[in-house]
Design a protein around this ligand. Structure first.
Ligand code: ZN
Length: 117
């Protein structure tokens, strides 16, 4: 599998093995954490391998959050130069909150794609 396919599959929430099944159930609530399926519905590939496996995904999630925070800060800094520091911090925190669920899902999906069985 090419690296570009891996990234496309990860962004599409697809199984790392077959690329057809979904990794997460469809989102149901605004404040509810996304639910991960135990196995792929198409090829029965197990996503959750052992307790604590997804601790490594925290590092990916952290990296994504830092990247989004930096982008939000520079967007505020360059596009709204008269904005006070307080509102810049509010803007960065708001971006982090808005993308928290997406980061959670994307970090886990990228992790299982980077470290397959
Ligand atoms: Zn699959």
């Amino acid at each position: 599998m090419k690296k570009s396919n891996l990234l496309v599959r990860a962004l599409k929430d697809s199984c790392p093995n077959c690329g057809e099944g979904k990794v997460f159930l469809p989102s149901t609530g605004l404040f509810k954490l996304p639910e991960m399926l135990e196995k792929c519905e198409k090829c029965s590939y197990r996503f959750d391998r052992e307790p604590g496996y997804f601790i490594g995904a925290l590092y990916i999630s952290y990296g994504l959050a830092v990247l989004q925070g930096i982008l939000a800060f520079f967007t505020c800094y360059f596009f709204f130069p008269s904005m006070s520091t307080f509102w810049q911090v509010v803007c960065v925190v708001a971006v982090l909150i808005v993308f928290a669920k997406k980061n959670y899902k994307l970090a886990r999906i990228l992790y299982i794609h980077l470290f397959p069985w």
